[in-house]
Ligand binder design. Structure first.
Ligand SMILES: Cc1ncc(COP(=O)(O)O)c(C=O)c1O
Length: 398
C-alpha cells in the first residue's frame, strides 16, 4: 500500500497539546506554521488503525474494558518479531502511559529521601518524577564530545553513584531522548554490571525502541542476561511508533514476579487499573497490521534527517548536528551563536517561528541546544529551515 507522509494535518482547534502550546507562546504566529516540539507526529495515523477503529466502533459499545487475548498476543508477537524478545503474557502490565508507569515505579520501589539516578540531558518528566515524589535527584550526566559530536555514558561516575546505598534506582532512557543514542550491547552490559553489583533497580524507558535509523539495532535491556531480566522494569508502548499518544495505552513488561506484583500494588493504590477501550484496540491494530507503515515511516524519517543535516551543512554550519541513531527527535547545538538560553528561546519563538523543545528543558546540560521533531511532512522542514536561515541572517548571525 502507498502511505501518505506528505499531507499536512491542520490540528488547530483539535486540542493538540503541541499546537495549543505554540499559540500560547506566540499568539501572533503566522498561519502556516507547524510546531516542531512535543513528540507526536504531524502525520496521519496509519490507515489500518483508522479503518480498524471505525470497524470496531460499528460493532461495539464503549464500556469498561479489560485486556483481550488478541491484544496480549499482538504485543508478544511484536516483541518477538521486532526485538527478538520472548515475552510471557503474565509479564505485561497495562498502564495509561509510560510516564505514569515510571512515576508509579518510583513510589513502588523507593522511599521518600532515596536517591534516583538519571542521565541528563534527558526527557524532562524523569526530573519531575523524582522531584514531585520527594526523592533525591542524582545526576549522572552523559559525556558530550563536541569534536566527535557524540554522547557516551560516564560509567565511572555511575558506578560511584550506584555504590552509595542511598541510591536505589536508575531511570534509563533507551533509546535516549533527546540525544538520539541507541545504546550498544556493551554499554548496556556495563550498566547492568554496575546496577546488579550495587542493587540499583533499572527502570528502562524504551518507548522509542521501534524508531531506529537504518542498520541500527536496539537491544531490550531485559534480553541482556537472566540477571538483568530479573532486575528491571521495561516501559514500552505503541504510542511513539504509531502516533497514538492520545490513546493512553502502554505495556510495562516485568519478568520478575515480585517486582511486578509490587508495581501492580502501587498502581492499585491510585486506582490506575482501567484501560481505554479505543486505546487497546488501536494498540492491537498497530502491532498486527502496521508493520509496513512503520517501515515506510522509517524511510521518511531518514530522508527528513538527511535533509535537515545537509541544509545545515550547506547554509548554517554554525549549528552542530548530533547523529540520529534512534527516536525521531533531532538534537541540534546552537551554542556557536553565543545567545544565552532566554535569548535563544525568544529568537526561536518570535523571529524564526521555530517551536521546539528548548534544550534546557532536559537539564542544564542541554542549554544552548534545540530538539526538533522530524515526524512531519518534508515540506514542513523545508519551510522551517528557510525561516531559520532568514531569521539568522536578519540578525546578522550568519
Ligand atoms: C522517553 C520518553 N518516555 C515517555 C514518553 C511519553 O510516554 P507516555 O505518553 O506513554 O506517558 C516520551 C514522550 O516523548 C518519551 O520521550
Amino acid at each position: 500500500m502507498e502511505y501518505d507522509f506528505t499531507t499536512r494535518v491542520d490540528r488547530r482547534g483539535s486540542g493538540a497539546a503541541k499546537w495549543e502550546e505554540m499559540f500560547r507562546k506566540n499568539p501572533n504566529v503566522s498561519p502556516e506554521i507547524i510546531p516542531l516540539s512535543v513528540a507526536d507526529m504531524e502525520l496521519p495515523n496509519p490507515p489500518e488503525i483508522i479503518q480498524g477503529l471505525k470497524d470496531h466502533l460499528d460493532k461495539t459499545i464503549l464500556g469498561y474494558t479489560t485486556v483481550t487475548p488478541e491484544y496480549t498476543q499482538a504485543v508478544i508477537a511484536w516483541m518477538k518479531k521486532r526485538h527478538n524478545w520472548d515475552v510471557k503474557a503474565e509479564w505485561i502490565i497495562q498502564s495509561p502511559g509510560v510516564v505514569p508507569a515510571f512515576f508509579t515505579a518510583l513510589k513502588a520501589f523507593t522511599e521518600p529521601g532515596d536517591g534516583v539516578i538519571i542521565q541528563p540531558p534527558v526527557y524532562y518528566p524523569f526530573f519531575m518524577a523524582i522531584e514531585n515524589n520527594d526523592r533525591v535527584l542524582v545526576s549522572n550526566p552523559l559525556i558530550r564530545d563536541d569534536a566527535k559530536l557524540s554522547y557516551r555514558i560516564d560509567f565511572e561516575d555511575l558506578e560511584a553513584k550506584a555504590k552509595d546505598p542511598k541510591n536505589k534506582l536508575l531511570i534509563f532512557c533507551s533509546p535516549h531522548n533527546p540525544v538520539g543514542r541507541v545504546w550498544a550491547r556493551e554499554e548496556l552490559q556495563r550498566i547492568s554490571d554496575i546496577c546488579l553489583a550495587n542493587n540499583v533497580l533499572v527502570v528502562s524507558d524504551e518507548i522509542h525502541f521501534d524508531l531506529l535509523a537504518p542498520g541500527v539495532e536496539h537491544t531490550v535491556y531485559a534480553t541482556l542476561s537472566k540477571e538483568a531480566e530479573g532486575h528491571c522494569v521495561i516501559c514500552t508502548a505503541p504510542s511513539k511508533t504509531f502516533n497514538l499518544a492520545g490513546m493512553q495505552d502502554s505495556n510495562i513488561i516485568i519478568p520478575n514476579e515480585e517486582l511486578r506484583k509490587k508495581l501492580q500494588a502501587e498502581f492499585m493504590k491510585s486506582a490506575l487499573f482501567m484501560i481505554s477501550n479505543l486505546g487497546l484496540k488501536a494498540g492491537e491494530l498497530a502491532y498486527t497490521k502496521c508493520e509496513a507503515w512503520l517501515d515506510a515511516f522509517l524511510l521518511v524519517l531518514k530522508q527528513n534527517y538527511e535533509y535537515v543535516k545537509d541544509y545545515i551543512a550547506r547554509h548554517i554550519p554554525q549549528i552542530k548536528v548530533y547523529p540520529l541513531e534512534g527516536t525521531y527527535l533531532m538534537w541540534l547545538d546552537f551554542r556557536a551563536f553565543g545567545l544565552d538560553q532566554q535569548a535563544l528561546e525568544q529568537f526561536m519563538i518570535s523571529e524564526a517561528e521555530w517551536f521546539t523543545d528548548e534544550g534546557y528543558l532536559f537539564g542544564k546540560e542541554g542549554s544552548g541546544f534545540e530538539r526538533i521533531n522530524l515526524a512531519c511532512p518534508l515540506s514542513v522542514l523545508e519551510e522551517a529551515m528557510d525561516r531559520l536561515k532568514k531569521a539568522l541572517a536578519a540578525r546578522k548571525l550568519i
